[in-house]
Structures are given as C-alpha cells and as structure tokens.
Write a protein of this length. Structure first.
Length: 318
C-alpha cells in the first residue's frame, strides 16, 4: 500500500521519451517544446487490478447518485467567479503558468491511456496538461502568423503560444470580463501582440468582429464542452474563416469504446452533464462531402477520474 492509499503496480515518470511515444511526436520536438518549462516532477503510480475495479465501482456508485439529480450546468456567474479568483491571484503574483492555473486541475486520481492512475505530486495533472499543450502546439501549429483562441478562459494557452511563437499575433476571446482582463495582463507581461475580445460561444455574438487570415490558426482547448449539441453557430463561424488550420482539444464522447466499462462510465458522465456531442460526426460528414479535410483525429486518453477532455481533432477547409 502506498501513501496514496492504493496498491501500486509500479511507479512511472512522464519523461520526454514517454511523451514522444504517447503523443506520437518526434523526441527532438518534445525536448524543444519543454526547454523553458519549469521541470516539476511528473510521477504517477498505476493501481493494481483490484484497486482499478474498486475505483471503477466507486465512480459508478457516485454517478448513479448524481444521475438522480439534475445536471449542474455551470452558469456564466460560476465561470466569472472562477476567473475572478485567477485574476486576483495574477494581480498579486504576476503572470505565470502557475498563477493562471484553473482551479479544476486539483485531482490526483486520473484517467491515463485506458487505466486509472494516481499522480504523486499535487501539480501532476496541471504539469502534464501544460506539457501536452507545448508538445502539440510546437508539433502541429508552428509557422503561423496569428493564433486565435475561442474561449480563452484564464489565458494560459495564449501564454504558452506566446512563449513558443513570440513573433506572432494572438487573439483571445471569451465572454468573461475577468478573462479579458487576464489577456490584457498577459499581453503586457509578455510584451507581445495579444488582444482580447468578447465572444459568447453559445451564440457566437462578437464573432462578426473576428477575421482570421489564411496563414492563421484557430484553436479551442476545453472550450466547446459546455455548448453541448449547440455547436452549429461555432462551426458556421469556423467554416467561414480562411484559416490555415483549426485545432481542437475537447471532450469527444464519440471516441470512447462503447464496449469497455471504463469508457461506458465516462460516456454516461459526459452525457449526464450535457457536454459536447455530435460535433465530431458532423466534421466527419463534412469530410465525406469534400468540405473539409481532417488531418488528425485521435483520443489521447487523459482526463480526471470521470471523463476525458483530450480528444484531438485538427482540420482545414478543402
């Protein structure tokens, strides 16, 4: 029995070699992407088979209870309050990857590559999240002149992009006033061309002011989760833009294995909360019609104990 309270099969480390094999990115790109990243340890244990089953049963029991109650939709005031907390921290501590950390990266029990794992450090989930983004950004998005993010939240993704590609222009969007203030703080601290604009992803109000150039990138990171099946306005906006590529890292329920209990539970949780659904099949249908080309589509298999928000889809207009 380890100090985490679970029986461990073994202890593992998220090394550059591990990331390279997992994310299918050359090791030299992984190493380069992590060069200026604070080297916090990223160690985890894999619970043994008996604990895997215990965790699954406990999650199932809790989910059954959740499903007796209405799903808790995170209203605007909840997100505004969350981003206000981050904004106050940034005002005190300055702009950094740590000060911009969203509060939901606080769990140690996680899903990783088809199994439950336990991060040994309190920072494990957030450190791994940042490493994933750095690697994927450098591998897939380098060379663009502009980066437009829909639903920027704390602005952490813009900070990472500005470090990797300091000569580019950056546009962050969100409906939250605190989020827009955070983007202003990041732009000032980094001395880069970074602007924040108001945009409501549920209605795309504010989207009329955004024009992405042909050599620009559009990205969403965990931003489409809350729009559920109401993604048509977002997709219409994306299809109207001449961007070089659209990059999504989102919860994609269609990527789960419908025959595996591990994934059946995650799908049920995803659907109970009304998260994004139908978007990926719609993209796939558009590809069949020759409207778009899907360049990458895969499940990374990382998330909290309940579900995964790391479905990677990269596409462009045909």
């Amino acid at each position: 029995m380890t100090r985490s309270g679970v029986n461990s099969v073994n202890t593992r480390e998220i090394s550059p070699e591990y990331l390279s094999e997992w994310l299918e990115v050359p090791l030299e790109i992984v190493s380069k992407s992590l060069e200026d990243m604070p080297r916090a340890p990223m160690n985890f244990i894999v619970p043994d088979s008996s604990d895997q089953l215990r965790i699954l049963k406990e999650c199932h029991r809790k989910l059954e209870f959740m499903m007796t109650k209405p799903s808790s939709d995170l209203k605007k005031k909840n997100w505004e309050s969350r981003w206000q907390t981050v904004s106050e921290r940034v005002a005190t501590e300055g702009v950094s990857e740590e000060s911009l950390r969203p509060a939901y990266f606080d769990r140690k029990m996680l899903r990783l590559r088809g199994t439950y794992v336990h991060g040994l450090e309190a920072s494990f989930a957030y450190s791994l999240h940042l490493a994933i983004l750095r690697v994927l950004f450098l591998h897939h998005l380098q060379g663009a002149t502009s980066y437009t993010e829909l639903g920027s939240g704390t602005g952490i993704n813009l900070l990472l992009l500005s470090k990797l590609f300091p000569g580019a222009a950056f546009l962050g969007t969100d409906w939250s006033k605190n989020s827009l203030q955070l983007m202003s703080a990041i732009g000032a601290a980094r001395d880069v061309n970074l602007e924040g604009r108001g945009l409501d992803l549920r209605t795309m109000e504010g989207g009329e002011t955004i024009q992405v150039p042909p050599d620009g990138v559009i990205l969403t990171i965990h931003a489409l989760e809350q729009i559920g099946v109401r993604y048509e306005s977002v997709l219409s906006f994306l299809l109207a833009q001449p961007a070089r590529v659209v990059f999504h890292l989102e919860p994609l329920v269609e990527l789960y294995d419908a025959t595996a209990n591990f994934d059946i539970l995650a799908s049920a949780y995803h659907r109970h909360l009304g998260y994004l659904e139908g978007y990926l099949p719609t993209l796939q249908n558009l590809e069949k019609k020759g409207v778009i080309e899907i360049m990458e589509c895969k499940r990374l298999g990382f998330g909290d104990v309940w579900h995964e928000a790391y479905g990677l889809v990269i596409w462009r207009r045909s």
